[in-house]
Design a protein around this ligand. Structure first.
Ligand SMILES: Nc1nc2c(ncn2[C@@H]2O[C@H](COP(=O)(O)OP(=O)(O)OP(=O)(O)O)[C@@H](O)[C@H]2O)c(=O)[nH]1
Length: 533
């Protein structure tokens, strides 16, 4: 039966590894949420901002070109003469609908130095027809808002600059004072040119920038700023420009719509990388677990079972001791240690149950065996004889030959006793200094006496010299025997006591004899019935 380990190494390792895996996944999620995704989003915003910058540069370039063209025209002697009234054919020679369309001009206005209209030309946004006038009347009345704004700019001294007019659609307006080509003298007036930011202009900008562009006017003044709106696969970004020449504060916004392909591709790639990383991590951990289970945990589990099993039947069921690794070494060491411990236990047991001098069982073992034999005899019921044997005049032996020789004598006597006990299969123990006891289960009184005789004869045959013995010139023994059925009460101690009494009689009767205990008869003394054989 293998003991279950509630907090096994395997359990602890799995828990630790599970925790580690959770931490790693949580870290990946945290890094993604707080580092990778914001970085990707910031990168996307930067990309959109760069595109807005590019569109703004194109827009500014268009304004500068218009301004440059206005200056070019305004600083031309022909224009100078025209505004002074010295070149009447100027308009016919230089202006045409094709020129306005080619240069993407909507409207052109010449003003005198006092701000009066000198000449106006433009393409009517309603009809698309080219018109030239000297005043904003009749077919040229559509020019009135332009002229008003421009005259306001002249009054405010806002000339020689580029502005955005909040018309519908809005327009960029460039102005310059008219001067001679060599720029000498006083300006006789001003030249204004407008370029409407209409659908044609948007198409032009789209071709120029390669981006879809939108334009809108807002009735709120906004500083130069950006706004972004991300939705699905597209991002709409707008850049706001302040608008001049309007009675109320207004702003113009140029918007672009961009595909989020790059961002979404990066996102998808990153998610794939993340998934693959997590998947690979789980796979590696599963593989590590598998290897760990196969290489370490399973053998360790078997080793645990082996250590439990070796204590009971000692078998190496899983062949662990044959392994050439640490588990094999541990198993072999454990097996050796266990064998060594078993041997030590056996030796300890022998030491605690056997007499060190003679090697015969000692009193402790004798008492245990006597209790068992007694219980079995009572249960059977069966005959049980016990025997007490004592060397005669051993004190005299010791005194004469010395204690050392006494020990050797004891060993020889014990050896002779043991031979007989082995032959008749009974237990004989050294239960005192020169006293021995035997248990003879299932023997009759006669057989017991016979065995007693054989034991005394065996000692006689040893012919161990005992010069001071009054009995014989060699070592002799006396034997007392008692049958369980003859003892005073049915107990192990009672039968031993009876055997002791029989031995006493044997000694009293001159020693070197076997006496069988006889139970006292009514009105008779105990000793009268226990006579030497
Ligand atoms: N050498 C030796 N002597 C022992 C040992 N154990 C007991 N003896 C001796 O055995 C002797 C027993 O003497 P007693 O009890 O007087 O009996 P005895 O001299 O044999 O006389 P009886 O038994 O009456 O015949 C003592 O002198 C003990 O010292 C032992 O282990 N070795």
């Amino acid at each position: 039966m293998h003991q279950r380990i509630p907090r096994s190494l395997r359990f602890r390792f799995f828990v630790a590894l599970g925790g580690l895996l959770l931490c790693a996944i949580a870290s990946l999620a945290a890094i993604s949420a707080w580092l990778i995704f914001p970085t990707l989003q910031a990168e996307e915003r930067a990309t959109v901002k760069r595109e807005l910058d590019r569109v703004e540069r194109s827009f500014k370039l268009d304004q500068q070109q218009l301004h440059a063209q206005v200056r070019d025209w305004a600083h031309w002697d022909d224009t100078y003469q025209f505004i002074r009234g010295d070149y009447p054919r100027y308009a016919d020679v230089n202006f045409s609908q094709e020129m306005f369309e080619d240069m993407r001009y909507q409207f052109m206005a010449f003003f005198t130095s006092s701000g009066e209209v000198h000449f106006l030309a433009g393409i009517n946004p309603e009809t698309g027809s080219y018109q030239t006038c000297r005043a904003t009347i009749g077919d040229c009345s559509w020019m009135t808002p332009w002229v008003n704004s421009m005259q306001a700019a002249i009054e405010d001294n806002r000339t020689d600059q580029i502005s955005i007019y909040a018309n519908h659609p809005p327009a960029i307006v460039a102005s310059s004072p008219v001067l001679r080509t060599d720029k000498r003298g006083v300006s006789p007036g001003w030249l204004f040119k407008t370029r409407t930011l209409n659908s044609e202009w948007l198409s032009f900008m789209e071709v120029y920038t390669g981006l879809p562009i939108s334009l809108s006017l807002s009735h709120e003044s906004a500083p130069l700023s950006d706004s972004f709106s991300f939705s699905g696969n597209t991002v709409v970004a707008e850049r706001y420009f302040p608008v001049s020449g309007s009675p109320t504060p207004m702003s113009l916004s140029i918007g672009i719509e961009l595909n989020r392909t790059s961002y979404l591709t990066s996102l998808t790639t990153f998610r794939y990388v993340l998934l693959w990383t997590a998947g690979l991590m789980i796979m590696v951990i599963a593989l590590v677990l598998l290897l760990l289970e196969k290489i370490v945990l399973k053998p360790l589990r078997l080793l645990t079972q082996f250590t439990q099993q070796v204590g009971t039947d000692g078998t190496d069921t899983y062949g662990l001791t044959k392994r050439n690794d640490e588990i094999g070494l541990l198993s072999r060491t454990f097996q050796e240690q266990f064998a060594c411990q078993q041997q030590l236990n056996a030796e300890l047991l022998k030491l605690s149950t056997h007499d060190a001098l003679t090697g015969l069982p000692n009193r402790r073992l004798f008492d245990q065996r006597l209790e068992t034999a007694f219980a079995e005899a009572v249960l059977a019921p069966n005959a049980l004889a016990v025997m007490m044997l004592d060397i005669d005049h051993f004190k005299l032996y010791n005194d004469h030959y010395g204690h050392q020789c006494g020990d050797e004598c004891l060993q020889q006597v014990a050896g002779a006793f043991n031979s007989i006990a082995t032959a008749f299969n009974f237990l004989i123990a050294r239960t005192g200094g020169e006293e021995f006891s035997a248990i003879l289960p299932g023997v009759s009184p006669e057989s017991a006496k016979e065995i007693g005789e054989q034991l005394t004869q065996a000692i006689d045959h040893l012919q161990l010299p005992h010069a001071t013995s009054p009995v014989k010139p060699y070592v002799t023994v006396s034997v007392g025997i008692a049958m369980l059925k003859d003892s005073k009460s049915p107990s192990a101690s009672a039968v031993m006591s009876a055997a002791d009494q029989a031995l006493y009689l044997a000694k009293a009767a001159g020693r070197h004899q076997v006496v069988l205990f006889k139970p006292p008869l009514a009105n008779t003394t105990f000793s009268a019935h226990n006579t030497p054989l």
